[in-house]
Design a protein around this ligand. Structure first.
Ligand code: HEC
Ligand code: HEC
Length: 480
């Protein structure tokens, strides 16, 4: 795997492996090979001996620490295929154990552990609890694949959280195992109505609702009204350019804000306080995730023409790129950008104020923008690699971003390879979700832009451009 594809925290492991394999290949005779190997081993261990940076420690914590109870165990994982629709089930039945495990990962969008150092972890997005239990971590949503290759920090556009949870529940019933927090939560709240998107913002509201401002758990506190909607997680490699987080830029970029996901009532105030250092390290790692560089060919002269178009029509909101790049972090009013409004409406001023009044923002010392008026124009670095687009993941390729009238009404991903013509997901399009999609899990594989929160409308800025300008712009976007 090329080094750019591996998080910085794993470079020493990769380099050590390279040294080891080259020693085997290039040391000429047996006696000198022993010496050679000893020398190279010393070099390799000195590489590893340096103290890991805080960012590296953050990545290790993310991959290995069980902050929450397990969602299921190895036994449940290995039985998931038994509750699939007939066609997929019969394929799984014929497969070997390893093939079947890969089928299960593909079915739910679970990404295999990409590095040797964490080979003991069940998946990129799940940490082990040491007893065969799978504990969800941040990378379940924030760790995906680029053209089929795992990449920590790329949003997981294949994650089928709700289908996974439903199937886990059924399997647990069959095996006589106890339901846990996620099984129960999903009976009350939707987890994600289409593959690759989740109702995460409401998870945050629900978890935060039962805490006093200093984070003491208080189950008598009432929950604000909920407006469920699905979101596509943003890529981590852009966090370093921002000072405010989330689609509407309301929250300060601090480690405490990232701790929302841990606020299950079983984690007491003291436990949450005790994790602050871990989350400082996690934020360091997030800010160190490299921008993935486009893997295919770029037509440089066309891209140059595209840069001129971009600077005239897009830069005022999305900034400029290259060594002297600037990022204005523009918040664009809802009726100007015109993308789906539900995410904006779902977080009320009261909820934003909740953050302002509590420990998360150091009681308002860290700026909270509770009066935000719309969505942030995100940085477009590595934009070729983070389809689908917009905060709700409603637009499958960059070509469709640039051609608003041709955006599909209903679409479904076909495989995990990159569409490098239109830049983004390979898809089939439909007028309706087909009748043949019977189970809820099958229906979630179709992104239906007519459902609440899922509109692909808006962002009509490309309308001002000719077809030639759009072609050049698309080429330029690959180079960011
Ligand atoms: C269930 C899926 C899910 C999990 C798990 C999850 N996130 Fe997120 N995350 C999201 C979504 C969706 C957003 C976008 C929310 C928004 O903009 O309102 C987001 C936003 C963020 C952002 C803001 C990025 C930006 O550019 O504004 C950061 C940072 C982040 N998450 C870190 C984490 C960390 C750290 C964890 C683990 C402690 C975590 N997330 C767990 C789905 C998830
Ligand atoms: C007036 C400000 C503004 C202008 C001008 C503008 N954009 Fe945007 N852009 C936005 C906002 C705001 C969003 C986020 C919308 C959302 O997620 O709902 C966005 C989102 C995007 C996205 C999706 C990003 C992602 O991570 O999903 C792309 C791609 C994009 N813009 C490209 C362009 C291009 C190319 C141009 C020039 C033709 C352009 N934009 C002009 C404000 C603008």
């Amino acid at each position: 795997m090329p080094l750019w594809n591996v998080p910085v925290s794993q470079w020493p492991t990769v380099v050590r492996r390279l040294i080891r394999t080259s020693a085997r290949r290039y040391c000429p005779c047996r006696a000198s090979r022993v010496l050679c190997l000893v020398g190279l081993a010393l070099l390799a261990s000195s590489l590893g001996a340096s103290e890991p940076s805080r960012a590296e420690q953050g990545y290790d914590v993310l991959r290995t620490r069980a902050f929450l109870p397990a969602d299921f165990d190895d036994e449940v994982f290995d039985a998931l295929w038994t509750v699939w629709p007939d066609e997929q089930k019969s394929l799984a039945k014929k497969a070997s154990l390893e093939e079947r495990r890969q089928m299960v990962r593909d079915y739910y969008g679970l990404v295999a552990s990409p590095d040797d150092r964490h080979a003991g972890q069940p998946a990129l997005g799940y940490s082990s609890n040491g007893r065969g239990g799978w504990v969800m971590n941040c990378l379940s949503c924030h760790g995906g694949t680029i053209d089929g290759v795992p990449y920590a920090g790329r949003p997981n556009h294949r994650y089928a959280l709700e289908t996974l949870t439903e199937d886990v529940r059924t399997v647990k019933l069959k095996l006589g195992k106890k339901w846990t927090h996620m099984d129960l939560a999903s009976l009350r709240y939707p987890l994600g109505g289409s593959v690759g998107t989740t109702n995460s913002v409401m998870f945050g509201v629900i978890l935060g609702a039962h805490r006093k401002p200093d984070m003491t758990v208080d189950l008598t506190l009432s929950q604000p009204p909920l407006m469920h909607h699905d979101m596509d997680a943003p890529p981590f490699w852009n966090v370093r350019k921002k000072t405010m987080l989330y689609a509407d830029g309301f929250a300060p970029k601090t480690h405490r804000v990232l701790m929302q996901f841990m606020l299950l009532p079983t984690n007491s105030r003291e436990t949450v306080y005790g994790w602050e250092d871990d989350f400082r390290a996690i934020l360091d790692w997030i800010e160190s995730v490299p921008v993935p560089r486009y893997i295919g060919k770029i037509d440089d002269s066309l891209a140059d023409q595209g840069r001129a178009v971009f600077e005239e029509h897009c830069s005022r909101c999305h900034g400029t790129y290259g060594p002297d790049g600037t990022y204005p972090q523009q918040i664009v009013a809802l009726d100007d950008v015109g993308t789906d409004p539900l995410r904006f409406q779902a977080l009320t001023v009261e909820h934003r104020e909740w953050m302002k009044q509590g420990w998360m923002s150091r009681y308002g010392e860290d700026e909270v923008n509770s009066a935000t008026k719309g969505y942030v124009a995100p940085p477009l670095d590595g934009i070729w690699a983070s389809a689908p687009y917009f905060h709700n993941g409603s637009v499958p390729t960059l070509w469709h971003v640039l051609h608003p009238d041709d955006r599909p009404v209903v679409w479904r991903m076909t495989g995990d390879a990159l569409d490098d013509e239109r830049m983004g997901l390979r898809i089939d399009t439909f007028d309706e979700v087909p009748e043949s999609a019977k189970s809820a899990g099958e229906r979630r594989r179709y992104f239906d832009t007519r459902k609440p929160g899922k509109s692909a409308a808006g962002h009509r800025y490309p309308d001002a451009l000719s077809e030639d300008q759009k072609r050049a712009l698309l080429e330029y976007l690959k180079s960011l």
